[in-house]
Design a protein around this ligand. Structure first.
Ligand code: ARG
Ligand code: ZN
Length: 872
C-alpha cells in the first residue's frame, strides 16, 4: 500500500511499557441525555481531581463529537484546545467541577460503538474505547467513578429508559416526553457504562441469593419475542447459583437487566447491572434455535454474568491487561458449561477453537501474547489469543495448583483487589501468594506468543523393565517475537500396560509433570512390556504435541485411554495421519491406507457402551481448518480433496451401520436435555454420512426429517446433510426453509451461512444474489458474518479459488464495509491475512488484495493495523 495517500496521519502505536498513571481522576459523573435520533444532547458534569503534583493540562478523549460548551466550576470556558480525538483544558485547579455539553448522531452511527440506534432502540457499546464517542472523558479503565444518569426521551417511542444500577427517580415532561434517573452505587470505568432506550417485551423473574437477598431479573427483547426469552432467563439463574457454589460470589445489586438487540458487533457486553446482548445469544425456542444455540446462550449469559466479579468488581488497569478479565471469565464460563452439559463435548469445542483459530493466529502476522505489548486499535485485540488461550493459561494454573489452591488464589485476589483496576501480574501474584508457589517462570505465558511444541520420545529396555520418556519443548519464532524462552507446561499423562490391556485397572495412575526445562526425562521401572503413552490428558496445555504414535498405539488409546479427550484426540490423529499423507501417495497405496484407516473405527461404531457424545466426536472427521494447522505449508485444493476422499470412503464403508444407527434412535418430543442433545447430534452426523455415501434411502430420510422435524436442530441437520451429499433436493429444501423463515433474520442467518459455504462453481454469483435478499443488510454484523464471514472462513473451494476471484470478492466487500463498520471489517479480514501457509501463487493473490484494501481512502485504524502487519 502506498503511504499517506489520505490526509489523516499514520495511526499511533501504543505500548504496554509506556503505561502512566492518569494525570487526573474523576470521582463522580452526572450525565444527562436528551435523546433524539440525529441530535442527541449530552450534558456531562464530573468532579475532577488532579492526580499527584504536576501542572499538566487536562486532556480528555473524544471522537466525532460536536462540542457545545465547556464549563469549569460553573463558568463558561473558551480557553481550550480541540482536535479530532481530544479536548485539552488548561487549568491549575486541583479540584473542580467540569460540565461539558455536546451533540451526537446515534442514528448516523453505523460503527455500533458509542451510542447508536438498533432497529429503533437506542443502545450503547463502550468497551473498549466507545465512551469517547458519547462525551469528552478520561476514557481509560483505571479511571473509576460513581455514575448518575438521567435520560429524557419520547414516551411512545422509548417507554423504557435504562442505565446502570438502580432507578432512583422518574417523571413526565411536556411534548410527550418522560425521564428516568439511574444511580450506580459501584465505582466503575466508563467502558461499563450503558444506556438503552426503546420499546420492548419484558420478562421478569427473581433470584434469591445465598445471603437471602432478592434480586429482580429483567430481560428485554423485541416486541413479540417474549416467549423466546425463557432459556436465557433460566441460564441467568443457573449462572448466579453456580458462581455462589463454585466461587462463593454473590450478585451485588438489587436488579440485573439484560437487553437483546439486533445490531451488535460482538456477542454481548457485561455493563454493570445492564448487560447488552446480541439477540442471537438470547432468543431461542426449539423452532428457531439449534441445540448449539441453546448451549451458546447459556455460555454467553454465564460469561457476562461472571464478569460482574471478574471484570467489573475488579477491572483492568489498562487494555493490555484485557486477558485479566477475559481469559479468566472464559475459563469460568467453560467450567460452568462443563457442569451444565457434556464435559467432553464442551472440552472438545474449546480445543477446536484453539486448534482451528488460535493456532492460526499464532502462525500469522497478528500473533501476540495473551497480554499484548503493542496495539494500534484495541478492538483488534479481542482475539482468540486473549480470550481462549488466555483461558487455557488460567486452566494450567488450575491444574498446577489444584482446585482448592486455585480457589484460595481467587479468594485472595478478591480480598486484595476488590474495587480496583489491576494487572495480570497482580492476579498471578495472588495465586502465587495463596499457594506459596513460585510462578516466576509461569508468567512467561503472559509475555510470550506462539504455539509451543512438545516433542515426546520414549525407550524401553526389555532386560531391566526400564521405561524412559523424554519430553522437550520448543516455541518457534513468531512474527512479533524472535526469542522464545522455556515455559512451564503441565503435562498430564498415564501409561497403559500392553500386557493387561483388556482391563482399565492396568492403567498407571495419571501423572502430572511440570515441564520447565528444554528437555526432561522421566523413568518408570518394572514395566513388563513397553506401555502405551496416553498424553496431553484433557488438553492440559495449549501446545502442539509431537509423538510418533503407531497406528496400534492410537487404536489402544481410542479404546482404552482413561482420558476422554485423549481418546478423541487419538481418533483425530488416525484420520489426520491418513488425510495428510494421501496427497503424496499413488492410487494403490492410497486405496490401501484409506481402507486401513477406515477399518480402525469398526470397534468404535459397534461399542454399545461408549458414551454417545464421545462416540459422535470420535466419528467426526477433522475439519479442514484443523488439518490446515497441522502442516507448515498447504496445497489447499489437494487438502480439501484428500479430506473429502477419506470422508466419502468412511461414509461408504459403514453405510449399513449408519442406517441402523439412524433408525435405532427415536427421540420423543423435543427437549433441550443432555441426553436428547447427544441423540440428535449422532443422528445428524450419520445422516451426513448417509448423504455422502449416496445411500439409496438418503434422499427420502433427509426429506422426511426435514418435513417432520419439530425443532431447528433437525431441520438444519437435514439441510447440512443434503448440502454435503450434493443431493438434488438441496436447493428445493433450502427454498422451503427460506419461505418459512423469511420474516426471521436470526433464523435466516443459518440459511445464509449454508448458502455461503456450499461448494459450487457459481458461488460468487450466488453471493451477489443473496446480498440483494430482502433480509440482507451490510449494516447488520450478524448478516455480514453469516454470509460473507462463512464464505471467507469456511468455503475453501470458493475463497481459495486459484483464479483469485474469492479473495477479490472479500476484498471488495471489506472496502465497502470499512466505511460502515471498521470493527466487523477487521474481523473479517482474518482469512486474507493468514496467507503464510498457502502456495506462493495464492500468497501473491492474497497479498495483492490486501494491498488494494490498504489503498482505500479513509482506511480505518482497525484495517490499517492488520494490513501493515501482514504485508511482507
Ligand atoms: N467484554 C465483552 C465480552 O467479552 C466483549 C466486548 C468487546 N467489544 C468490542 N467492541 N471490542 O463479554
Ligand atoms: Zn468477556
Amino acid at each position: 500500500m502506498s503511504t499517506n495517500t489520505t490526509s489523516s496521519p499514520a495511526p499511533i502505536v501504543k505500548r504496554r511499557a509506556d503505561y502512566q498513571q492518569p494525570d487526573f481522576l474523576i470521582q463522580t459523573v452526572d450525565i444527562h441525555f436528551e435523546l433524539e435520533s440525529h441530535e442527541t444532547i449530552v450534558t456531562c458534569s464530573t468532579t475532577v481531581t488532579r492526580n499527584g503534583k504536576h501542572d499538566k493540562p487536562l486532556v480528555l478523549d473524544g471522537e466525532q463529537l460536536k462540542l457545545l460548551s465547556v464549563k469549569l466550576d460553573g463558568k463558561e470556558q473558551s480557553d481550550y484546545l480541540q482536535d479530532e480525538t481530544s479536548l485539552t483544558i488548561h487549568t491549575l485547579k486541583n479540584e473542580f467541577e467540569l460540565t461539558i455539553q455536546n451533540q451526537i448522531d446515534p442514528k448516523g452511527n453505523s460503527s455500533l460503538e458509542g451510542l447508536y440506534q438498533s432497529s429503533g432502540a437506542f443502545c450503547t457499546q463502550c468497551e473498549a474505547e466507545g465512551f469517547r464517542k458519547i462525551t469528552y472523558f478520561l476514557d481509560r479503565p483505571d479511571v473509576l467513578a460513581k455514575y448518575q444518569v438521567t435520560i429524557v426521551g419520547d414516551k411512545t417511542l422509548y417507554p423504557y429508559l435504562l442505565s446502570n444500577g438502580n432507578k432512583v427517580d422518574s417523571g413526565e415532561l411536556a411534548d410527550n416526553k418522560h425521564w428516568v434517573k439511574w444511580s450506580d452505587p459501584f465505582n466503575k470505568p466508563c467502558y461499563l457504562f450503558a444506556l438503552v432506550a426503546g420499546d420492548f417485551d419484558l420478562l421478569e423473574d427473581t433470584f434469591v441469593t445465598a445471603s437471602n437477598r432478592s434480586v429482580k431479573l429483567e430481560l428485554f427483547v423485541d416486541k413479540g419475542k417474549a416467549e423466546r426469552g425463557y432459556h436465557a432467563l433460566e441460564s441467568l439463574k443457573k449462572s448466579m447459583a453456580w458462581d455462589e457454589t463454585e466461587f462463593g460470589l454473590e450478585y451485588d445489586l438489587d436488579i440485573y437487566m439484560i437487553v437483546a438487540v439486533d445490531f451488535f458487533n460482538m456477542g454481548a457486553m457485561e455493563n454493570k447491572g445492564l448487560n447488552v446482548f446480541n439477540s442471537k445469544f438470547v432468543l431461542a425456542n426449539e423452532q428457531t434455535a439449534t441445540d448449539e444455540d441453546f448451549f451458546n446462550i447459556e455460555a454467553v449469559i454465564g460469561h457476562e454474568y461472571f464478569h460482574n466479579w471478574t471484570g467489573n468488581r475488579i477491572t483492568c488497569r489498562d487494555w493490555f491487561q484485557l486477558s485479566l478479565k477475559e481469559g479468566l471469565t472464559v475459563f469460568r464460563d467453560q467450567q460452568f458449561s462443563n457442569d451444565m452439559s457434556s464435559p467432553i463435548v464442551n472440552r472438545i469445542k474449546n480445543v477446536r477453537i484453539m486448534r482451528e483459530h488460535q493456532f492460526a493466529e499464532d502462525a500469522s502476522a497478528m500473533s501476540h501474547p495473551i497480554r499484548p505489548d503493542e496495539v494500534i486499535e484495541m478492538n483488534n485485540f479481542y482475539t482468540v489469543t486473549v480470550y481462549d488461550k488466555g483461558a487455557e493459561v488460567i486452566r494450567m494454573l488450575h491444574t498446577l495448583l489444584g482446585k482448592q489452591g486455585f480457589r484460595a488464589g481467587m479468594d485472595l485476589y478478591f480480598q486484595r483487589f476488590d474495587g480496583q483496576a489491576v494487572t495480570c501480574d497482580d492476579f498471578v501474584q495472588a495465586m502465587q501468594d495463596a499457594n506459596n508457589k513460585d510462578l516466576t517462570q509461569f508468567r512467561r505465558w503472559y509475555s510470550q506468543s506462539g504455539t509451543p511444541q512438545v516433542t515426546v520420545s520414549d525407550t524401553y529396555e526389555q532386560e531391566t523393565g526400564l521405561y524412559k520418556i523424554e519430553f522437550s519443548q520448543q516455541t518457534k519464532p513468531t512474527f512479533d517475537q524472535a526469542e522464545k524462552l522455556n515455559l512451564v507446561i503441565p503435562m498430564r499423562f498415564s501409561l497403559i500396560d500392553q500386557n493387561h490391556n483388556q482391563q482399565l485397572n492396568s492403567v498407571i495412575e495419571e501423572q502430572i509433570v511440570e515441564l520447565t526445562e528444554q528437555t526432561q526425562v522421566i523413568e518408570f521401572s518394572n514395566q513388563s512390556s513397553k506401555p502405551v503413552l496416553s498424553l496431553l490428558h484433557d488438553f492440559c496445555a495449549p501446545v502442539k504435541l509431537n509423538y510418533a504414535y503407531s497406528r496400534s498405539d492410537l487404536v489402544a488409546l481410542m479404546l482404552k485411554s482413561p482420558d476422554d479427550f485423549t481418546r478423541w484426540d487419538a481418533s483425530q490423529r488416525v484420520f489426520s495421519q491418513c488425510i495428510l499423507q494421501l496427497a503424496d501417495q499413488g492410487e494403490i497405496t492410497k486405496t490401501q491406507s484409506i481402507k486401513d484407516t477406515v477399518a480402525v473405527f469398526d470397534q468404535v461404531i459397534n461399542d454399545a457402551n461408549l458414551d454417545l457424545a464421545l462416540k459422535t466426536e470420535m466419528l467426526t472427521i477433522p475439519s479442514f481448518e484443523s488439518l490446515f494447522q497441522q502442516v507448515e505449508s498447504v496445497d489447499v485444493e489437494q487438502l480439501r480433496k484428500s479430506r473429502l476422499q477419506l470422508l466419502e470412503a468412511f461414509a461408504d464403508t459403514y453405510q449399513t451401520q449408519w442406517f441402523d444407527l439412524y433408525k435405532s434412535i427415536q427421540i420423543p418430543k423435543y427437549e433441550y436435555t443432555v441426553e436428547q442433545v447427544k441423540q440428535r447430534k449422532i443422528r445428524n452426523l450419520v445422516l451426513k454420512y448417509l448423504a455422502a455415501s449416496q445411500h439409496q434411502h438418503a434422499q427420502s430420510i433427509i426429506e422426511q426429517q426435514f418435513l417432520t422435524a419439530d425443532n431447528m436442530t433437525d431441520s438444519i441437520g437435514a439441510l447440512a446433510a443434503a448440502q454435503l451429499g450434493d443431493l438434488a433436493e438441496f436447493d428445493s429444501l433450502m427454498q422451503q426453509f427460506e419461505q418459512k423463515w423469511q420474516a426471521d433474520p436470526l433464523v435466516l442467518d443459518k440459511w445464509f451461512a449454508l448458502q455461503a459455504n456450499t461448494d459450487r462453481a457459481d458461488i460468487l454469483a450466488r453471493l451477489e444474489l443473496l446480498m440483494g435478499h430482502a433480509q440482507y443488510t451490510i449494516n447488520n454484523p450478524n448478516r455480514v458474518r453469516a454470509l460473507i464471514g462463512s464464505f471467507a472462513f469456511y468455503n475453501v473451494s470458493g475463497f481459495h479459488n486459484i483464479d483469485g476471484s474469492g479473495y477479490k470478492f472479500v476484498a471488495d466487500y471489506l472496502i465497502k464495509l470499512n466505511d460502515i463498520n471498521p470493527q466487523v471489517a477487521s474481523r473479517m479480514i482474518t482469512p486474507l491475512i493468514q496467507w503464510q501457509k498457502v502456495d506462493v501463487k495464492r500468497q501473491a493473490l492474497m497479498q495483492h488484495q490486501l494491498m488494494r484494501i490498504g489503498d482505500t481512502p479513509g482506511l480505518s485504524k482497525d484495517l490499517y493495523e492488520k494490513i501493515t502487519k501482514s504485508l511482507p
